[in-house]
Design a protein around this ligand. Structure first.
Ligand SMILES: [Zn+2]
Ligand SMILES: [Zn+2]
Ligand SMILES: [Zn+2]
Length: 148
């Protein structure tokens, strides 16, 4: 497995802090998220890990990361599930209330960690449990490609 020293340190830190044993599949999946910095779906994760692990192994790996607050789910319009790294979630609690951005050009979804979903005023009698917000457009990388 070819992992750069800085990513290797990050992976080991995340697994240690969450009391997860270090397994090859956990290392591979975390490496994918850390190197790409975009949201990934199941197919991309299977492909990215070299199809070395079966669906069940990847599913279990993702579930353990979700439970620990290492990654979060991003809802999509086409029933696929996207996963992305959490920034400040820990001990199984998620505080992900940021906006997600979908690029029309490269079709990548990214977390805009610093852009918070605005509070929505609901009518009396409605209690929200989660609010999601996605913005579509052209991402920074694609804008830079266009202007160069
Ligand atoms: Zn989270
Ligand atoms: Zn883009
Ligand atoms: Zn996110």
């Amino acid at each position: 497995m070819n992992i750069s020293p800085s990513i290797k340190t990050r992976i080991e830190k995340v697994l240690r802090e969450n009391r997860l044993s270090v397994t090859d599949s956990r290392k591979m999946v975390l490496k994918l998220f850390m190197e790409n910095d975009i949201a990934l779906d199941h197919a991309a994760i299977e492909k990215g890990t070299g199809e070395k692990y079966d669906r069940v192994t990847i599913y279990r790996t993702l579930q353990s990361f979700l439970e620990k607050g290492i990654i979060h789910l991003i809802p999509t319009n086409d029933n696929t599930t996207l996963y992305a790294l959490c920034k400040e979630c820990d001990h199984g609690f998620h505080y992900d209330n940021h906006v997600h951005f979908i690029c029309n050009e490269c079709h990548n979804t990214q977390c805009l960690e610093d852009v918070l979903v605005p509070e929505v005023k609901l009518p009396d009698g409605f209690i929200p449990s989660a609010t999601q917000m996605t913005v579509t457009g052209t991402c920074k990388k694609c804008m830079e490609k266009k202007s160069s």
